[in-house]
Design a protein around this ligand. Sequence first.
Ligand SMILES: *Cc1c(COP(=O)(O)O)cnc(C)c1O
Length: 363
Amino acid sequence: MIICANPKAQYLSHREEIDAAIHTVLDKGRYVLGDEVRLFEDEFAAFCGASHGIGVGSGTEAIHLALAACGIAPGDEVITVSHTAVATVAAVELAGATPVLVDIEPDHYTIDPNRVEAAVTPKTRAIVAVHIYGQPADMPAILAIARRHGLKVIEDCAQAHGAEFAGQRVGSMGDMACFSFYPTKNLGAIGDGGMVVTSDPALAEKAKLLREYGWAARYVSYIKGWNSRLDELQAALLRVKLRHLAADNDKRRRLAALYGELLAGTPGITLPVERPQGRHVYHLFVIRSDRRDLLKGHLDAAGIGCLVHYPVPVHRQPAYEGTGFGSLEHTERAAAEILSLPMYPELPEADVQAVATAIREFA
Ligand SMILES: *Cc1c(COP(=O)(O)O)cnc(C)c1O
């Protein structure tokens, strides 16, 4: 059996360091928003090339909080994609805003800047650019549109810790950026967690207040906030894993290159396309086939676990009907053809070979 993602393998490969970090927290007796969170915020923000980090409860919360910190409120429109984890759109709704979902670039699966431009109205206040699968969106184009129309740009980096566009890390380009530490992400906790990063001190301050009841000092709310805190256990473990993140991303890239070599020229199979200026960190290795469901069945039968990220575009899901803007042709085609192959840093090369052989057999 070959599985698609394997967070336990990551624990096992750094077991002693992680166990020690966890026991330190247990012994110290401070369990929420303490030294570990503060240090992790500083270290992770620095890793991203940003100056402030605000640890929060999840990636969804990070996006919700970032939008709220930017002043996005009911009546405002936020442009993002339909081809994403539903969390991106859920967070826009949590902020009280109206999601306007546009199409993607067919090769890169990220938001199409031309579609963004066409969707701007007088109510538009922000763009959420999702760096899907580990590939950065076309940030220079997005930032140029935002400047022309006076919009905020929020990066959804939940699948792209360490990815780069023209040498700049994701998380350092928009007004604010949001990360998830869900266990299977490139930097994964042993539970839920997230972070907002920014280099704007005023936005950082606002996000910090919002995540804990609007408190500037204990028990006095200066603005209306809520509770979205990161805990010390997660932060301590994430500090350990952060030290290995660059090497783990390199391993993902090597495995992706191996898949690329083994699958090149396979009839009916389209491989992922990297942006020339981008550094893809392969949260997911996503191929395409116009016989996707049959291929998935073939791989399932061979004991190879593959997933579809995502089978139903958000605007086609019952809860979000009517959020699509214009033709979402590339989004809909992708949903029918994409397949995520097993990908995690500890995945043995022999497993990559077995997966490639099974795909070639099918083809
Ligand atoms: C995982 C994910 C999120 C949400 O993160 P959670 O921590 O699960 O709330 C948001 N956006 C994208 C693109 C994701 O992959």
